[in-house]
Design a protein around this ligand. Structure first.
Ligand code: GAR
Length: 205
């Protein structure tokens, strides 16, 4: 039997994407184990969800470190205790140093609530409404040093309705996030694609 892949998930808050991944991993019996969930905020609601699923829930608070480099160093020390094959950013709202990103090159993914390269950064739904785009969505991508950039693994598109508010649009996008993120992670675990020389290379069975 193939070795189980080891996954570490980083969160900052609610953790609904983390939960969608936990649910899919268990329902679909992935050859993978979520070995730890780590938050940079002790108040993150997702920590309790992880603990009750029997997963190590750890906190590395950025406010305890004098600068970004030292926080990233402490964070990667904790992550590496779990020897992950994949690090998943699931609503982990921190800008990462290039040293941290380089350390997890080709094995760290993120989900962003927009159709990248449109609307990197914060307040994506509000900015999409202000721009008047007719379509919006979410993107799963490998993490590279530039914020909310990096080779695109999956995207989901949703319509923007005339009646939308930031909240209704966010909810429509989030529903799709919960579809594409577990799928992208499972495909990675199953070796269906990899990052090679800055591009996604897909392997067909
Ligand atoms: C999600 O919408 C995710 O796409 C977004 O934060 C939310 C976290 O929700 N991430 C970013 O904005 C990253 N730039 P969750 O904690 O319920 O998964």
């Amino acid at each position: 039997m193939r070795a189980m892949k080891r996954i570490v998930i980083l969160i900052s808050g609610r953790g609904s994407n983390m939960e969608a991944i936990l649910r899919a991993a268990s329902a679909e019996k992935w050859p993978a184990q979520i070995v730890a969930v780590i938050s940079n905020k002790s108040t993150a609601a997702g920590l309790a969800t992880a603990s009750s699923a029997g997963i190590a829930a750890r906190v590395v608070e950025h406010v305890s470190y004098p600068d970004r480099a030292q926080f990233d160093q402490a964070l990667s020390t904790v992550i590496d205790e779990y020897s992950p094959d994949l690090v998943i950013l699931a609503g982990f709202l921190r800008i990462l140093t290039s040293a941290f990103v380089a350390h997890y090159h080709g094995r760290m993914v993120n989900i962003h609530p927009s159709l990248l390269p449109s609307f990197p950064g914060l307040d994506t739904h509000q900015r999409a409404l202000e721009a008047g785009v007719k379509f919006h969505g979410a993107t799963v991508h490998f993490v590279t040093p530039e914020l909310d950039h990096g080779p695109i693994i999956e995207q989901a598109i949703v319509p923007v309705l005339d009646t939308d508010t930031e909240d209704t649009l966010a909810a429509r996008v989030l529903e799709q996030e919960h579809v594409i993120y577990p799928r992208a992670v499972r495909d990675f675990i199953e070796g269906r694609y990899a990052l090679m020389e800055g591009r996604i290379v897909r392997h067909t069975a």
